[in-house]
Design a protein. Sequence first.
Length: 82
Amino acid sequence: MAKFMDVHRGMQGITADQLMEAHRADLAIQEEESVHFEHAWADPESGHIYCLSEAPSAEAVQRVHERAGHRADEVHPVPLQV
C-alpha cells in the first residue's frame, strides 16, 4: 500500500482533545476503506492539520475523512521516504 499525507485547513484554535477526537473518528471506520491512519499533527495558530496514512488510494483516504466529518483539503501521495 502507498503512503499519503493529507492537509486540512481552517481549524484555527483546535485543541489536543479535538484533534484526538477527529483522529479517533477516522480510526473507527478506517478498516472499511483499507486505510491505516498512522499519525496526525496540528498547528492551532495556522489552523492546519496533517495526517499520515497508508491506503490503497487518495480517494480511500478522502472517503474516510468525509465520512468522519472532516474532509481533507488536499491528499498527497508520499512515494519516497527515508
